[in-house]
Design a protein around this ligand. Structure first.
Ligand code: HEM
Length: 510
C-alpha cells in the first residue's frame, strides 16, 4: 500500500517536472519581456524580495525597463513600471487584462462571494455595478457625509483623550465609517463585537494578499497535513475564519432587513437598496443576495478599512516629520474658516493645500504599493514582447508614484507640487489615478476614500499639532507586505490651542 503511494507521488513529481520544463522551454523560445535570469524549475523564486518589495521592483525597472518578466515555480508574472505600460495594457486592453488570479487562502477562508477576487465575467460585473450604484454616485456619496462627520468627531475626541494611541483611533474610525455607511449601525467603540470580527477577517485578508500566499500557495500543503500531525488545529483555524466571514456577511445585513421591515431603518447602503419591498424576502432571492454580498465587501473583503486606516497613519507620520507643512496647512485653515469651528466638506474648495497634503500623503507611500494582481486571459504582444495567457500582471503603483518625471524630487514630501497659483492643480499628476489601481478593476471606493481622508486630514490639522520627541529618527520607515504600514514611531500630539481643546470637548458633549 505504502509503496503504491510512493510510486504515485514519484509519478506526480516527475510529471510536474516535465510539464514545467516544457512550458519553460516553450516560453523562452518566444521573446518574453526582460527580467532576472530564472533557474530551471523554480524560476525566479529566489529573486522574489521578502521585504520592501517596491525597492527591488524599482531596481528591476532600472535594469530591465518598464515591463519586467519573472517566472516563479512555473507561474509567469509581469510587472508594469510606467504609466505608458499600465495605460496601454491594463486600461486600453482592459478586456484582456481584467481577470484575477486565484487567491487560495481567500477561497479557503470563505470569500468566494467577494467580487474583488472573482474572475472577470457576468457575476463580477453585476456585483460591481450594484456596489458602484452607491459608491460612485454623487448623490449617495453626499448622503454618506454624516457618517464621515460622526467618525471624524469620534476620532478627534479619542485623540484628545489618548494622543499616544492615534493608530488605534484611526483603525476604529475606518471601521466605524464602514458600518455606518453600509448598515446605518453605530459602532463607535472597540467593545463592539462586529469590530472584533471585522478586525479578525481583515488580518486573514492581509495574509491572503501577501505574495508568498498567492505565488507559492502553502495552502495546498496545509490542507494535506494529516489530522495526527496538527491537521485538526489547521481545520479548526479555517472553521473560525469561515465563521467570522459569515458573521460579517449575514449578521449586520439581517439587522438592517429587520429594521427596514419595521420602518426604523436609518439611511445606509443596504437600507437604500432594500427599500424596494419586492427585494426583501426569505433571504434566497437573487437581488437580496446581491445586496447582502456587495454590502459585506466593504467591511472585510478587500481590507478597505485597513487601507484607509494605513493611509491615515502615513499622513500622521508625514505631519510629524514635516512641521513646516503642518504650519502652512494650519495657516490656510485659520485664514479661510477661522479658529472657532472645525473644517467641513463645504470648505473643501477653499482649502486646496489641505487637499494637496492628503494627496501627497497617498503619493509618498501608498498603502497598497503593488496593488492587487490582474490576470491576462489571452496571449498578448506588447512592443514586440510576448506575454502569455494566465500571466499575473502587477501595476507597480509605488514605482509610478515615484517617477521623477511626473513627480520631480519624488522622495521629498511636498504637497505644493499639486498647487499652481494658489489653486489645486493635479490634472496631469493626480496620485489617485494610480493609488487605486487600474482599468476595469480600479478601486470603486476611491471617491468615498478621498472624502473620508480629506475630512480626517482637515480636522486633525485644525485641532492638533504633532511633533517627534527629541532625538527620534527622522527617516520614514514602512513594513513590507501587500498592505504596507509605517513602522511604529513615537510622537507628541497636543491640541493646537485652548480654543481647539474646547471645540473638541464640546464635540464630546454633543
Ligand atoms: C486608501 C484606501 C484604499 C486604497 C489605497 C485602495 C486601493 C485599491 C486597489 C489598489 C485595488 C485593486 C485595483 C486593481 O485591481 O487594479 C482596489 C480594489 C477594490 N477596492 Fe479599494 N482601496 C481603498 C479603499 C477602499 C474602500 C474604502 C472601498 C469600499 C468602500 C474599496 C473597495 C474596493 C473594491 C470592492 C475593490 C475590488 C474591485 C474589483 O475587483 O473589481 N476600496 N482598491
Amino acid at each position: 500500500m505504502l509503496s503504491l503511494a510512493i510510486l504515485a507521488a514519484c509519478t506526480v513529481c516527475i510529471g510536474t517536472y516535465f510539464l514545467l520544463l516544457r512550458r519553460y522551454a516553450r516560453q523562452t523560445r518566444r521573446h518574453l519581456p526582460p527580467g532576472p535570469r530564472p533557474l530551471p524549475i523554480v524560476g525566479n523564486l529566489f529573486d522574489m524580495p521578502r521585504t520592501k518589495v517596491w525597492e527591488t521592483f524599482a531596481k528591476w525597472q532600472q535594469l530591465y525597463g518598464d515591463v519586467v518578466y519573472v517566472n516563479v515555480l512555473g507561474r509567469p508574472i509581469v510587472f508594469l513600471n510606467s504609466v505608458k505600460a499600465t495605460t496601454e495594457l491594463l486600461e486600453k486592453r482592459g478586456l484582456l487584462y481584467s481577470d484575477r488570479p486565484q487567491f487560495p487562502l481567500m477561497n479557503l477562508a470563505g470569500h468566494q462571494w467577494n467580487f474583488g477576487f472573482m474572475s472577470y465575467g457576468k457575476e463580477w460585473q453585476t456585483l460591481r455595478r450594484t456596489f458602484s450604484s452607491q459608491y460612485n454616485s454623487a448623490v449617495a456619496l453626499r448622503s454618506f457625509h454624516d457618517a464621515h462627520r460622526a467618525s471624524a468627531a469620534t476620532f478627534v475626541v479619542n485623540v484628545l483623550k489618548e494622543p499616544k494611541d492615534v493608530s488605534n483611533h484611526l483603525r476604529l474610525r475606518s471601521a466605524q465609517v464602514m458600518f455606518h455607511v453600509n448598515y446605518g449601525l453605530s459602532v463607535s467603540s472597540w467593545d463592539h463585537h462586529f469590530i472584533h470580527t471585522a478586525e479578525a477577517v481583515m488580518e486573514v485578508v492581509s495574509l491572503a494578499l501577501s505574495p508568498s500566499m498567492w505565488i507559492v500557495n502553502p495552502i495546498s500543503f496545509l490542507n494535506a497535513i494529516p489530522r495526527w500531525l496538527g491537521g485538526t488545529a489547521v481545520a479548526s483555524m479555517v472553521e473560525k475564519w469561515q465563521a467570522d466571514v459569515n458573521e460579517l456577511r449575514y449578521a449586520p445585513f439581517d439587522l438592517v432587513k429587520e429594521s427596514v421591515a419595521d420602518g426604523s431603518a436609518k439611511p445606509s447602503f443596504t437600507a437604500n437598496l432594500l427599500r424596494d419591498p419586492e427585494t426583501v424576502g426569505d433571504g434566497t432571492s437573487a437581488q437580496e443576495i446581491l445586496i447582502r454580498d456587495t454590502a459585506a465587501i466593504a467591511l472585510g473583503g478587500e481590507s478597505q478599512s485597513k487601507l484607509t486606516f494605513v493611509a491615515g497613519e502615513v499622513f500622521i507620520l508625514m505631519m510629524a516629520l514635516h512641521e513646516d507643512v503642518q504650519r502652512k496647512a494650519q495657516d490656510e485653515i485659520d485664514s479661510v474658516i477661522g479658529t472657532d469651528r472645525l473644517p467641513d466638506f463645504n470648505d473643501r474648495e477653499r482649502l486646496p493645500y489641505i487637499t494637496a497634503v492628503m494627496k501627497e500623503s497617498l503619493r509618498f507611500h501608498s498603502p497598497a504599493p503593488t496593488g492587487i494582481p490582474h490576470e491576462l486571459s489571452q496571449d498578448d504582444i506588447y512592443e514586440g514582447m510576448y506575454i502569455p495567457a494566465g500571466c499575473m500582471v502587477m501595476g507597480n503603483i509605488w514605482q509610478l508614484l515615484h517617477d521623477p518625471v511626473m513627480y520631480p524630487d519624488p522622495f521629498t514630501f511636498n504637497p505644493s507640487r499639486f498647487i499652481t497659483e494658489g489653486s489645486l492643480d493635479c490634472t496631469t499628476n493626480d496620485p489617485s489615478r494610480y493609488v487605486f489601481g487600474f482599468g476595469r478593476r480600479v478601486c470603486p471606493g476611491r471617491l468615498f476614500t478621498e472624502d473620508s481622508l480629506w475630512l480626517m486630514t482637515a480636522q486633525f490639522l485644525a485641532a492638533f499639532t504633532i511633533s517627534l520627541p527629541e532625538g527620534a529618527s527622522r527617516e520614514p520607515k514602512f513594513a513590507a507586505g501587500a498592505i504596507s504600514r509605517p513602522l511604529p514611531f513615537e510622537h507628541i500630539i497636543k491640541p493646537r490651542s485652548a480654543a481647539a481643546q474646547k471645540m473638541i470637548e464640546h464635540l464630546q458633549e454633543t
